[in-house]
Ligand binder design. Structure first.
Ligand SMILES: C[S@@+](CC[C@H](N)C(=O)[O-])C[C@H]1O[C@@H](n2cnc3c(N)ncnc32)[C@H](O)[C@@H]1O
Length: 376
């Protein structure tokens, strides 16, 4: 028998053994008798409880998210950061019955958002961390729309639902909508910018063009770290106007040039030796995403650099963030998808980039970073 046939027989044998083992395991896990044995047997008890808890958390996750949403809407994290406070005082302040307020506070304690000191409640570790990132509270408040869109997830998957996030998505809407969307992006940008600035040195570059740069939040955060860098931004005209005003407010007009346009139709201006796409590519379907990469490639000089940053699917240790959260978020938004780094690498190669490499970040769950060079 030729060696190739031997190898494929071996692979087939391994696969069928693996399937046999998985079928056996699934049968055991589904059996109430096995479950109750595993929950009692000392060597499996810990695992059985952990798995049962994980399954319950999946069933109840939507309630946990609403506990967080209530705390944010009632501004409890700010209130309790100023002063530990009792349920009775908070109940009176927010016109909520004491028993219901107590239930909310205890729920938040169970989720480590708050903690309890006698009669008073104060911040818990997650509540305290949340205060350091304004972007999280803004996203949670904005989730009200996403939550409504998820009420019938199968209709959403079938593309039958008119979604609230789709309406909010400003690219086809009014200037007012784009201001609300840009404000949301701006408030979450510091978390992303921190990751990028810690991972990449911009000092070796002369001119940076931030494509889809929103109201300029990233460039304005970057400016003090690379004082000699000329800043350019390209975005849809109403967003570009907001960026111009923001640069004026931050006394950066001398260093910053803003271009209003549509990267689906217009060529990107040349002249930058580095271009950034931050949280842009995942908003667009594959064909458009490839076209954006090709436009960036055409605007860059030979050896010019593209820095691409966004949350990606399949991120080790944070798989549900890219695959579940962003998967459904972009579906509800009605455009784009979270991609795996390997998919983006392939698109970059097709668009005319080489030396594509991923740079590690400290929070890959939020921001993965890819650097690519324009082929000479
Ligand atoms: C998710 S936001 C990211 C904004 C910013 N890069 C950030 O990370 O905060 C996507 C940006 O792409 C811009 N955008 C979307 N479609 C565009 C188009 N066809 N032409 C130019 N900009 C576009 C949006 O206006 C928005 O500012």
């Amino acid at each position: 028998m030729p060696p190739v046939a031997l190898a494929s027989n071996k692979a087939f044998g391994l696969r069928s053994f693996n399937n046999f083992w998985l079928d056996w395991r699934d049968g055991c896990l589904a059996s109430p008798r096995f479950q109750s044995w595993a929950a009692r047997f000392p060597l499996t008890r810990f695992m059985a409880r952990r798995e049962a808890r994980a399954l319950f958390d999946l069933c109840a996750g939507f309630v946990y998210a609403q506990v967080l949403a209530s705390c944010i809407e009632l501004d409890l994290f700010e209130t309790l950061a100023r002063q530990p406070t009792s349920a009775a005082v908070l109940a009176a302040r927010h016109r909520i019955p004491v028993a219901a307020m107590l239930m909310l506070l205890n729920a938040a304690v169970s989720l480590r958002l708050l903690s309890r000191q006698g009669e008073a409640f104060r911040l818990g570790p997650l509540g305290a961390a949340l205060r350091g990132n304004l972007g999280i509270s803004a996203m949670v408040a904005h989730h009200r729309m996403f939550y409504a869109d998820l009420a019938d997830p199968v209709a959403l998957l079938r593309g039958q639902a008119e979604t609230q996030l789709g309406q909010f998505w400003p690219y086809r809407g009014s200037a007012g909508q784009s201001a609300a969307y840009s404000a949301l992006m701006a408030v979450s940008q510091p978390m992303v910018a921190r990751e990028i600035l810690a991972a990449y040195r911009f000092n070796g570059h002369r001119v940076l063009m931030d494509v889809g740069g929103g109201d300029g939040s990233f460039l304005r955060l970057l400016a003090p770290h690379a004082p000699d860098l000329q800043l350019r931004l390209f975005d849809l005209p109403p967003v570009a106007e907001a960026a111009t005003l923001a640069f004026e407010r931050d006394h950066l007009s001398g260093r910053a040039q803003v271009y209003g346009g549509d990267f689906a139709r217009d060529e990107l201006p040349k002249g930058a030796d580095i271009m950034t796409l931050i949280r842009v590519l995942h908003d667009h379907p594959d064909e458009r995403a490839l076209q954006i990469l090709k436009s960036v490639r055409s605007a860059l000089p030979p050896k010019g650099v593209l820095l691409l940053a966004e949350p990606m699917a399949g991120t080790k240790g944070a798989e549900p963030v890219g695959d579940a959260y962003f998967g459904f978020y972009l579906l509800a938004m009605g455009s784009g998808r979270a991609r795996r780094p390997a998919e983006i690498h392939a698109m970059l190669a097709e668009a005319g980039f080489s030396k594509v490499r991923q740079i590690p970040t400290s929070q890959p769950m939020l921001t993965c970073l890819i650097i690519a060079h324009a082929i000479t």
